[in-house]
Design a protein around this ligand. Structure first.
Ligand code: F6R
Length: 234
């Protein structure tokens, strides 16, 4: 893993943008995207740039089950707000949170991933080491699946909702196996609350207990962390 330590999330966003730019310059056409607070500065730097994605496809990591695009907490809404409305892509895929038939939806999404091999995947990391919504215990070769979110993830994500009880209990997530097939991976983490997970991901054993540790087995991963998130590294 290539580790880049930055002062803060703003500097990290700029560095993240540079990874996107380098990928675009190398003709990347399919971008795996994430939601949450982590990629926001990278998305802001992308929207402020003259990079053109009108010939590119995006494939997002995950979506809450039960939320549709008009719901302001859905990941589709988040992506429209923070990226797509300002930087249009040719096609943008996310799991459909309103599809109740999990088997049908996960198969549909796996087909999309298969037909659109990801050139660059951006990831955040959960405090418990999750990537996408692949919670501890998820197999390294997993495909898209319906996830029962852990207490820790629900608590962390409650900050985006009015009440903790409003956080959906389930999500559809791209699997670790699909994430690992991306040609390049960029993982960003900012803040002290991510320090434990970053340590486990980089210095710990490869284990389902820390899903991000599977990234040790990928040969092109760039990790951008601020000093706080890097604070427990040797
Ligand atoms: C979001 C996602 C999650 C987040 C992670 C960190 O699409 O897949 O894995 O990247 O939960 O969230 P933030 O960035 O809000 O700290």
């Amino acid at each position: 893993m290539k580790l880049i330590i930055v002062k803060d999330q703003n500097e990290g966003g700029q560095k993240g943008y540079e990874v996107f730019k380098a990928a675009k310059d190398a003709n990347a056409k399919v971008f795996g995207l994430a939601t949450g607070s982590t990629p926001l500065t990278t998305y802001a730097a992308i929207t402020a740039s003259d990079l053109d994605f009108t010939d590119a496809t995006s494939v997002n990591l995950d979506e809450y089950v039960g939320l549709g695009e008009k719901d302001s907490q859905s990941y589709r809404y988040f992506m429209n707000e923070n990226l797509f409305s300002k930087k249009p892509f040719k096609t943008s895929y996310l799991p459909n949170g309103l599809e109740e038939d999990a088997e049908k939806e996960t198969k549909r999404y796996d087909k999309i991933i298969e037909e659109n091999p990801i050139d660059l995947q951006i990831l955040g990391i959960g405090k418990n080491g999750h990537i996408g919504f692949n919670e501890p215990g998820t197999a390294g070769d997993s495909l898209t699946h319906k996830v029962h979110l852990t207490e820790s993830t629900i608590k962390s994500n409650a900050r985006f909702f009015e009440n903790e009880a409003d956080v959906p209990n389930y999500a559809y997530s791209m699997g670790i196996g699909s994430i690992m097939k991306s040609k390049k991976i960029l993982l960003e983490a900012f803040g002290e609350s991510k320090a434990e997970a970053i340590k486990g991901m980089i210095e710990g054993p490869v284990t389902e207990d820390v899903p991000a540790s599977f990234l040790q087995n990928h040969d092109d991963v760039t990790v951008i962390v601020d000093e706080a998130a890097a604070s427990l590294l040797k």
